[in-house]
Design a protein around this ligand. Structure first.
Ligand code: HAM
Length: 413
């Protein structure tokens, strides 16, 4: 009798409703943030992942499912980000759409040693926003992940946040670690001894107690960050604070994939045991260029569905099919107000989005029009001074000033 391959699962009819519910909730929440679905192949050229995740990443070293044909070497995708960036460039989305918000669901494959919460075929629900360096986007992505968890009725999770800085900062951190750990190698586990040469940063989030004992004595903090990366991180945190998202800055969080720069985050749940990450993500501002596209910032995350199902079994509510509300916030202060406003609208289940490309008022209005927005909400210096919002009804062209507390009822009438 044949048996399923170790580390894979059959999703039987009695379990499917939970999968469908998680997917349905996700689609509803993604649409509130104006993310659109992308579906990419399960197989790619293996080199795509080598280039994106980095030769020294554990996935590349040990966990790729490789398929060889006479001429080519393919891999079953171990994650979605590299494929989506490949698709973004190959389909010229940088030229036709520019900034884009995408979500995806589907199986991923890693040749791991199976255990609770660690499979060889598992599923991601993820999002990637490509084409922006704006720190408000980092805050939105993290609040989107937080929002999804609340809709899945998961609680008691922890959001860990860190900034790795730009490529130069990562190099600086690596050489600081080389200096600090050079005479302590004998205290590290066998894997970390290898990491010291090939993938030094990963020593920081080694789970072994012996390594943590050494690492926790180092003073990491954020001194490796250049002034621009410090400002970026401060603005991400200000955005999250304004949204009242609970997070913990964790300077040991580095993540296992080479493409990350600046913001990284991980969401953990204690009940999961050793494999405690429900999901994770971060910025990858060099990847589009690395894969042959233009220089564009990007940020995303993915949840592991099997792990979500281990911590939740309940449902959420529907999102109606209404028209998009497009928020145009001009200036730093207005952007923070804009973030709060978007959060408020989404809590009221109103589909909304904003500009993350630093567009002028005129081109942001054009974008709202292209997106088919029903309303535009404008916050500029004038509005901030008077504590009002300018609301434009895109079908009638009528524009009026309203008080923030009138907004929801005004949009609903
Ligand atoms: P990752 O941390 O490798 O990130 O995977 C994301 C989540 O997938 C993990 O937090 C975990 O819940 C789940 N997961 C990973 N490996 C397994 C496994 N073997 N079995 C079961 N679940 C697993 C990424 O893949 C990035 N692409 C996330 C991202 C998107 N970063 C930016 N955009």
């Amino acid at each position: 009798m044949f048996k399923r391959v170790g580390g894979t699962k059959d999703i039987l009819p009695q379990e499917s409703p939970f999968w469908q519910k998680i997917e349905e909730i996700s689609r509803n929440v993604f649409s509130l943030y104006n993310y659109k679905e992308i579906r990419v192949p399960l197989i790619e050229e293996a080199a795509l992942f080598n280039r994106s995740l980095g030769e020294s990443a554990e996935i590349i070293q040990k966990q790729m499912f490789i398929i060889k044909s006479k001429e080519d070497t393919y891999a079953l995708r171990p994650e979605g980000t590299a494929s989506i960036v490949r698709a973004y460039i190959e389909n010229n989305l940088d030229k036709t759409t520019g900034f884009i918000k995408l979500y995806y669901t589907g199986p991923m494959f890693r040749l791991e040693r199976p255990q609770k919460g660690r499979l060889r075929q598992f599923h991601h629900i993820g999002a990637e926003a490509i084409g922006s360096m704006d720190p408000s986007l980092d805050a939105e992505i993290i609040s989107l992940a937080d929002h999804l968890l609340r809709e899945f009725s998961v609680d008691n999770y922890k959001i860990k946040l860190n900034s790795l800085g730009c490529t130069k900062d990562k190099k600086e951190l690596t050489s600081r670690l080389h200096r600090a750990l050079g005479d302590k190698l004998y205290k590290l586990c066998a894997d970390c001894k290898i990491r010291f040469k090939k993938n030094t940063l990963r020593i920081l989030d080694c789970k072994k107690e012996s390594c943590q004992g050494v690492v926790r004595k180092l003073d990491i903090q954020d001194s490796h960050l250049c002034p621009e990366c410090k400002v970026h991180f401060a603005r991400v945190r200000a955005g999250l604070d304004s949204l009242k998202i609970n997070y913990e800055v964790c300077s040991y969080l580095v993540r296992g994939l080479d493409y990350y720069t600046r913001t990284v985050f991980e969401i953990t749940h204690q009940s999961l045991g050793a494999q405690d990450a429900l999901g994770a993500g971060g910025r990858y501002d060099n990847l589009v260029k690395e894969l042959g596209g233009p220089e564009l910032g990007a940020m995303g995350f993915a949840f592991g569905v099997e792990r979500l199902l281990l911590v939740t079994r309940s449902g959420g509510q529907e999102v109606g099919s209404q028209k998009l509300v497009y928020v145009i916030a001009l200036g730093d202060e207005a952007k923070i107000q804009g973030l709060k406003l978007l959060d408020k609208l989404r809590k009221e289940r109103i589909i909304c989005d904003t500009d993350y490309e630093g567009k002028s008022l005129k081109s942001a209005m054009r974008k709202a029009n292209d997106l088919g927005a029903g309303f535009v909400l404008l916050i500029g210096e004038d509005e901030l001074k008077k504590n009002v919002l300018t609301l434009k009804d895109m079908s009638s062209g009528k524009q009026e000033e309203i008080r923030p507390e009138e907004l929801i009822s005004r949009l609903r009438c």
